[in-house]
Design a protein around this ligand. Sequence first.
Ligand SMILES: Cc1cc2nc3c(=O)[nH]c(=O)nc-3n(C[C@H](O)[C@H](O)[C@H](O)COP(=O)(O)OP(=O)(O)OC[C@H]3O[C@@H](n4cnc5c(N)ncnc54)[C@H](O)[C@@H]3O)c2cc1C
Length: 512
Amino acid sequence: MTTETTTGTTTGTTADLTTDVAVVGAGPAGMLLAGDLARAGVRVAVIERRTAESPLTRAFAVHARTLELLDARGLAERALASGTTVPGLMIWNHAVIGMTDLPGRFPFMLITPQYEIERLLAGRLRDSGAELLSGHEFTGFDQDGDGVDVRVRRPDGTAATLRASYLVGADGVRSAVRAAAGIPFPGRPVARSVMLADVRLTEKPKDLLSVNGVREGFVFIVPFGDGWYRIIGRDHRNGDLPDDAPVDFEELRRLTRECYGTDFGMHDPRWMSRFHSDERQAGRYRAGRVFLVGDAAHVHSPAGGQGMNTGLQDAANLSWKLAAAVRGWARPGLLETYQSERLPVGRTVLRTSGALTRLALLRSPASRGLRDLVSAGVTRVPPLRRRVALNMLSGLGIRYAAPAGAHRWTGMRAPDVPLAGGGRLHEALRGGLFVLVTDAPAPDGWDDRVVRVAPSRPGAASLLVRPDGYIAWADEHPGPGDVERALTLWCGPARAAGLRARSPQGVSGRPA
Ligand SMILES: Cc1cc2nc3c(=O)[nH]c(=O)nc-3n(C[C@H](O)[C@H](O)[C@H](O)COP(=O)(O)OP(=O)(O)OC[C@H]3O[C@@H](n4cnc5c(N)ncnc54)[C@H](O)[C@@H]3O)c2cc1C
């Protein structure tokens, strides 16, 4: 295989390419996944039909759990520097779902254009050594017991085949990988003729993401923090216009006045567009050696800003499992847990973003009155408000099923606990490996898969944390052999005894 360099991106050609994992799509989900795999030492080829950065500003909200995931890759500070933070979401012009009492380092939403997150992930992908086949289009695949033959159309129009052990479809809502795998994508349209505009406002609205829906339609206002605002609105009086119907700026101003009592002095639209959104979910996330992540697996309304966030979390869940399978230490059934863990999360996201959209679409005064009353009640009670923020928006409330008899923390997100010596757990995850936090004696032989650190508080519970930041095993008082059993179950058999544990990247805590 040969490589050539174009505009700083290493671009492969497809002659005789064999690889461990082929990823179709260099959107946010595909880039995070491929970057993780390459950093884990897995050979990965990314097939992307675009040849330039996507000019679209779709996602704008990055939630707390996604920021933790970026932090575990050393990218959170740069993500934060690219945008602004807001402390919550104001609904129906009076009720606030606040994020300020969320646990963790990121008790807010980051508002930043999707292309900023994509740039960060693209930089990491470039540095990771993954092969980016830009200008290549996926056209189909055949799989057998050992691997997948992935067919692509090269930039010059000729066909080529890549041989990979696994194939991942991160190719968005119209996923050709999903279609070729014969995976159904059932669902329905949820909102048509939704207008988008990036504008300036003379009058500053509250420093929050806000949405209000009235009889005539709904309007979302998103502050980008640099004087620009994204306005997303639907005017019911127009019925269902096609996506290419022009947006009338005066209409958007009028609708904003109807929703908020003012148009905030809206002026200078720099970009206007229209879109529709569907609610759909793949019936399966896996077909043999083929997996789906991101919009290829689920799509829903942008209300609540969950699509990119959920796709990035799918990718983080799958990457270490695929790396384990390629490197030969995945326990039986590990790859199957990608679907069993992520499909229910996707279903919940469809339900919650759909509920928010339907509440914004309510037209009868009686239903809107009830909506306003209930929302005000919920957001005034701190534990309820916290639950909504935690479970419906931030992603911090996600937990995965634990086997019977497991410690009650198993499957929960690992909090960013301090480590002996001053580091933090989420920094210790930057090596892309499991992290064993323990004071207990721990055996050698897993140093290629596990970073060992000590808790800052002597005698604290021992934890084995998965590379995606969820607790695999916990024990307050591990007995002789307990740590070894957990390591063997999750990380496969030990290598030859006597190997020394290595210090985690970026962590100053002493190895336990
Ligand atoms: C108006 C709007 C607002 C939104 N706001 C938010 C928000 O605030 N927060 C949020 O989390 N999400 C939001 N979303 C959703 C978010 O934009 C998507 O969920 C996200 O882009 C999905 O990422 P992905 O990597 O799965 O797919 P994509 O970003 O769609 O990337 C897929 C990639 O695959 C490539 N590709 C496709 N087919 C092929 C092929 N056959 N061969 C090779 N390459 C191929 C494409 O070129 C593309 O680069 C919003 C969406 C919209 C429309």
